[in-house]
Design a protein around this ligand. Structure first.
Ligand code: F6R
Length: 242
C-alpha cells in the first residue's frame, strides 16, 4: 500500500485528482469507480479544473458508482445520481450513457443488483476505484458485518451511518433505511484502489482499517489484501499511523 500524506484537504484533493488524471490520460477509455460523500468533492473540483484547462478529456471514460440510496429518484437532491451530476458529470464531457449508478427506484432488489453486477462485468471491470471511508470502517455501503459481502446487494443502513448522513437530510427520519452498494468482492476486483480520507475524526478508523486485523467488522480492512491500494490523506486523518 502506498500512503500519500497531504498537509490539508486541498492538497489531499490535488494529489488524489492527479492520480485519477494520470489514469484518464494513460487509458482514455478507462472505467472509473466513483464515490459520493464529502471527501471526494474537492478532488472532483480539481478534475473539473483539469477538464476546463484542456488537460483532461473524459469523452471516452466510463464510470460506475459505488452505491445509491434505495427509494430515492434521480431528481431527489440527496440521491447519489443527483450528487454525481451536480459535483462532477455536468461540468465535464463524460457521456451520460457512459455513467452508471445503481437505480434506487427499482423495488426488486435482486433484479437491480444482478443488473448492476452485469453492467460492471460488461465494462470489463473497474480500472481505478475511488473510495471514501466511513467512521465505522464501511466502504460503499458495506457496513460492519459477520462476513464480507460479495457482489452488489441491498443493505439495511446501520444507525451510525444514518446518524452520519442525517446532516444531508431534514431529519434522521428522512434518511433512507436501505441502499444498493457494490459488494466487497466487486470493490476488490478493481485493478487499482484509491482511498481518500481527511480530518481528525477519521484518524482512528484509518489506523484500524489499514493497520489493524482484517475483519468484516471493519469492512475496509479487507483492502490490506488488495495488491494496488493508494491511501491519500491529510495530516489529521493520518495522525494515528506511523
Ligand atoms: C459514498 C460511500 C461512502 C462514503 C463514506 C465516507 O459513495 O460509498 O462509503 O465514502 O461514508 O463519507 P464522507 O466522505 O462523507 O466522510
Amino acid at each position: 500500500m502506498r500512503i500519500l500524506k497531504a498537509k490539508d484537504y486541498l492538497e489531499m484533493s490535488r494529489k488524489a485528482a492527479n492520480l485519477i488524471a494520470a489514469q484518464v490520460i494513460m487509458k482514455p477509455d478507462c472505467v472509473l469507480g466513483l464515490a459520493t460523500g464529502s471527501t471526494p468533492i474537492g478532488l472532483y473540483q480539481q478534475l473539473i479544473q483539469g477538464y476546463q484547462q484542456g488537460d483532461l478529456d473524459f469523452s471516452q471514460v466510463r464510470t460506475a458508482n459505488l452505491d445509491e440510496y434505495k427509494g430515492l429518484t434521480r431528481e431527489n437532491d440527496q440521491s447519489y445520481y443527483y450528487f454525481m451530476h451536480q459535483n462532477l458529470f455536468k461540468s465535464i464531457n463524460v457521456k451520460e450513457e457512459n455513467t452508471n449508478i445503481p437505480d434506487g427506484t427499482v423495488a426488486d432488489s435482486a433484479a437491480e443488483c444482478a443488473r448492476y453486477d452485469e453492467v460492471i462485468r460488461a465494462l470489463g471491470g473497474v480500472d481505478l476505484q475511488l473510495l471514501g471511508l466511513g467512521h465505522n470502517g464501511h466502504i460503499g455501503f458495506n457496513e460492519p458485518a459477520d462476513s464480507f459481502a460479495k457482489g452488489t446487494h441491498c443493505v439495511d443502513l446501520t444507525e451510525s451511518t444514518i446518524e452520519a448522513n442525517k446532516r444531508f437530510f431534514a431529519s434522521a427520519d428522512d434518511v433512507p433505511r436501505q441502499a444498493y452498494t457494490m459488494g466487497i468482492q466487486t470493490i476488490m476486483g478493481a485493478r487499482k484502489i484509491l482511498v481518500v480520507v481527511n480530518g481528525e475524526a477519521k484518524a482512528d478508523i484509518v489506523q484500524k482499517a489499514f493497520f489493524g486485523p482484517v475483519t468484516p467488522q471493519v469492512p475496509a480492512s479487507i483492502l490490506q489484501f488488495h495488491p494496488d491500494v493508494t491511501l491519500v490523506g491529510d495530516e489529521a486523518a493520518l495522525s494515528k499511523i506511523n
